[in-house]
Design a protein around this ligand. Structure first.
Ligand SMILES: [Zn+2]
Length: 229
């Protein structure tokens, strides 16, 4: 078994896929829509372990996985799809290819440490130690461009401190999600050399969708799945 993954940019985009309802074409590869699973993404910490029945969730009449912001699967050729535009996609790969996970970690998901929860479930349910995982963190909004109101900022920093994460040197009323997610990955036991980051701010990038910049309803798509060699 091997792991295939894709951290998205403008192409292919989520709205385009929903219009066409066909294969997802990335480079020379075509991932059939019927082999993917799409989470509802309600900005919380719901983690869903996928089954065969979840194939095609989020397409046509098959509803998205309700209440989930993170998906896990150990089934070959079941691709987990997370959509983002400023929030961070975090894809977890097992060095022994026993399972994979796709996580949507925005402000709420990060405040609730959905990343840490997913890593715990991979350990408890799949016997995968954090030290065996590689985390891929995609493009998202940087701390400089993510300013919030004071109450939201205090609430976020307070929650992180309660979980023993340093809120970092973030400026007044600014939230550095990438930094928070990095601390959560480290605290969960992922070796720092197993954390691969695309250091791109979606608001600054010309090849990514940014909700803050454009108010867009379009999204990057991020995918991960196990495949036969
Ligand atoms: Zn930025």
């Amino acid at each position: 078994m091997k792991t295939w993954l894709h951290l998205g940019d403008r192409e292919p985009d989520y709205r385009g896929l929903m219009r066409v309802q066909g294969d997802i074409r990335i480079g020379g590869k075509a991932v059939p829509a019927s082999r993917t699973v799409i989470a509802e993404q309600v900005a919380a910490d719901g983690v869903h372990i996928c089954s065969e029945a979840d194939l095609g969730a989020g397409w046509g009449n098959h509803s998205q996985i309700a209440g989930a912001d993170a998906l896990i699967t150990d089934l070959p050729r079941q691709y987990l799809l997370i959509r983002t535009a400023d929030c961070f996609p975090v894809l977890l790969q097992d060095t022994q290819n026993r399972a994979v996970a796709a996580i949507h970690s925005g402000r709420e998901g990060t405040r609730l440490n959905v990343v840490g929860k997913t890593i715990r479930i991979l350990r408890d349910r799949f016997g995968i130690a954090a030290a065996e995982l590689v985390a891929h963190v995609g493009a998202g909004i940087c701390g400089r461009h993510y300013e919030v109101d004071e109450a939201t900022w205090r609430d976020f920093c307070g929650a992180l401190q309660e979980q023993d994460f340093a809120p970092g040197q973030s400026e007044y009323r600014h939230i550095d999600l990438r930094r928070a997610i990095f601390s959560q990955l480290i605290a969960a036991g992922i070796p720092f050399f197993n954390i691969e980051q695309q250091f791109v701010c979606t608001l600054e990038s010309r090849v990514h969708y940014s909700y803050r910049r454009d108010g867009t309803r379009n999204r990057q798509i991020n995918l991960i799945g196990l495949e036969y060699e």
